[in-house]
Design a protein around this ligand. Structure first.
Ligand code: AMP
Ligand code: MG
Length: 407
């Protein structure tokens, strides 16, 4: 028996960050940048209006007020798009739209709301300061500035910024391609009526989704029966498109546990008993000509998903080049006594919330590794360490936060 930490350490020694690639911005979404993105031009790249209104010389309307309106002739219109050929001479103004280039001579914009909206001439009842409602060149970003540093995570805002400075491609670590296979002759695809003794394949659906949530491109191959030849053929076929493979089921000591048999033969996959609950049997190693990492996860649905959290997700985050590779942990007070088998690390399904400014957890499921509905009620996993068998009410426990909703 090895510890969770030992098993994870072994995995993280083998799994490497993927080589960076130039990807289009859309494909780079959620990836980790491996270059600095520099703005070649300032942002904004020219002075422009932040309001629909009138471009004026502030001095011309300095006396404007509700009781002392200033009337100016309107000598033209500038819209967003074309560079303005207009010049605002003293004593006149130009109608301007949001985002339009400031015409020469003007130094402020009077918003439409401060005027009567006139077209040939306009009555202004409030005076703008010099520079009012003008977005100045370089106000957001200076030319030559690094807007995104190597190592940044490219969320929606960051890819938007890369586009705003004119980039169409960026150098990133690509998303790992993960192939998910579930094994078991009892498995049936949803949509097909169950015959006696059969169950629906939930693992390949859940693990594919979990891989996507972790930032991978995930391919669900689906069900392979407990037949060594079919399993070997499927895995060999899938190797071409996989940066990482995940199987579920067939890693225990049962007579038809074919994953163990096939993976041991295809590569350097090792099967260990990991001191954890749920998820004790774990396979990990590499197969194929490119030494592709492969995880043989246990088949019980909760074991498969908890194993994914404990081992596969950190591996995928490593391949992405993301840090930290593990989910955030907090310390929380338990509202109910927790128990854990001796010598094993428990991953208990709990609901985490903040009460009176402190993190609090409440168990939402028994420990059975088939209790998937119980896992679905959990937003966190309480981690009871190997040496601890009981956590009393009111005592702290370390908690892996699965989702931030409501916290
Ligand atoms: P195994 O690890 O293959 O011995 O499977 C352990 C338990 O998990 C058995 O009760 C299986 O029927 C169940 N199981 C295995 N694979 C899946 C799957 N893909 N979806 C749902 N349950 C599964
Ligand atoms: Mg099985």
């Amino acid at each position: 028996m090895i510890t969770v930490a030992e098993h994870l350490a072994r995995i993280l020694e083998v799994v490497q960050p993927l080589e960076p690639l130039q990807l289009s911005l859309q494909d780079a979404h959620s990836c980790i940048l491996t270059e600095d993105v520099v703005a070649p031009e300032p942002l904004p790249s020219f002075d422009n209006s932040s309001m629909d209104g009138y471009a004026v010389r502030a001095a011309d309307v300095a006396g404007a007020g509700p009781g002392s309106p200033v009337v100016l002739p309107v000598t033209g219109d500038v819209a967003a798009g074309p560079a303005s050929p207009l010049r605002v001479q003293p004593g006149v103004c130009v109608r301007i739209m949001t985002g339009a280039m400031m015409p020469a001579g003007a130094d402020a914009v009077v918003p439409l709301e401060w005027t009567d909206g006139g077209v040939a001439q306009v009555t202004i009842t409030r005076a703008p300061d010099v520079g009012a409602h003008v977005r100045r060149v370089g106000e957001d970003v200076a030319a030559g500035e690094v807007v995104l540093e190597s190592g940044s995570h490219l969320g929606a805002v960051q890819i938007g910024l890369a586009a705003a400075v004119g980039r169409s491609r960026v150098l990133v670590r690509p998303r790992p391609r993960v192939v998910v296979v579930s094994t078991g002759s009892e498995l049936t695809d949803t949509g097909v009526p169950l015959t006696p003794g059969k169950i629906y394949d939930s693992n390949s659906i859940a693990l594919t989704a979990a891989a996507q949530e972790a930032g991978a491109i995930a391919y669900r191959v689906g069900i392979v029966p407990d037949d060594p030849r079919q399993l070997a053929a499927t895995l060999e076929d899938q190797l071409v498109r996989a940066d990482l493979l995940v199987t579920s089921g067939g890693v225990s000591v049962g007579a038809y546990d074919v994953v163990k048999e096939v993976l041991s033969r295809l590569g350097t996959v090792q099967f260990d008993k990991v001191a954890m609950q749920p998820g004790m049997p774990q396979g990990f190693g590499t197969i194929g000509p490119d030494s592709t990492p492969v995880f043989g996860l246990p088949g019980n649905p909760v074991s498969a998903l908890v194993s994914f959290e404990a081992f596969v997700r950190p591996a995928l985050r490593t391949m992405l080049g993301a840090t930290p590779v593990e989910r955030p942990r907090v310390r929380a007070i338990t509202t109910q006594a927790l128990t854990s088998p001796p010598g094993k690390r428990s991953f208990l399904r709990v609901h985490l919330e903040v009460k009176k400014g402190a993190y609090v957890v409440t168990p939402v499921s028994g420990p059975g590794s088939h209790l998937l509905a119980g896992l679905s009620r959990a937003n966190a996993l309480a981690l009871v360490p190997e040496g601890v068998e009981k956590v009393a009410v009111g005592e702290p426990v370390e908690v892996l936060v699965l989702e931030r909703r409501g916290l």
